[in-house]
Ligand binder design. Structure first.
Ligand code: HEC
Length: 114
């Protein structure tokens, strides 16, 4: 690697820098995350988890940026009552009526946030 880099001219280095600077990272959005956004609004998740879903000092966990698989799993456990959700009844009535697809759309939405 060092040998390779030594062979590059100043212009090569600038060209490489321009090349990488121009690359736009792919959007993190995954299918379903728009539906998840609407659902999170309707169920008022932000009332406890904070307006940007980044968690609060009152003890609500950060949801923004969490891995989709982990959130899906957590919500399914909370829906079944295997896992507590804050101070909600067990199983959590807020999540009781959600389908797996709806839970996945919520998780996709949270994963797309930073
Ligand atoms: C009444 C307040 C309240 C509301 C409303 C609420 N949550 Fe929570 N939630 C909490 C608290 C407090 C925690 C942290 C304690 C725990 O894990 O049980 C939590 C934890 C979680 C976790 C686990 C996070 C982790 O890192 O393990 C998920 C996932 C979650 N909430 C999703 C949601 C979703 C989705 C909604 C909206 C449908 C929602 N919450 C609405 C209070 C709330």
């Amino acid at each position: 690697m060092v040998n390779l880099a030594q062979e590059l001219s100043e212009q090569d280095v600038r060209d490489l820098a321009d090349h990488y600077a121009a690359r736009v990272p792919p959007p993190v959005q995954s299918p379903g995350s728009e539906a998840g956004s609407a659902l999170a609004d309707r169920l008022r998740c932000a009332a406890c988890h904070g307006s940007a879903l980044q968690g609060t000092n009152a003890g609500a966990a950060r949801l923004a940026g969490q891995k989709m698989r982990y959130t899906t799993w957590s919500l399914q456990l909370m829906r079944s009552g295997t896992r507590l959700h804050g101070t909600a009844a067990k199983p959590d009535p807020l999540l009781a009526g959600l389908s797996n697809a709806e839970i996945e759309s919520l998780a996709a939405h949270f994963a797309s946030l930073r």
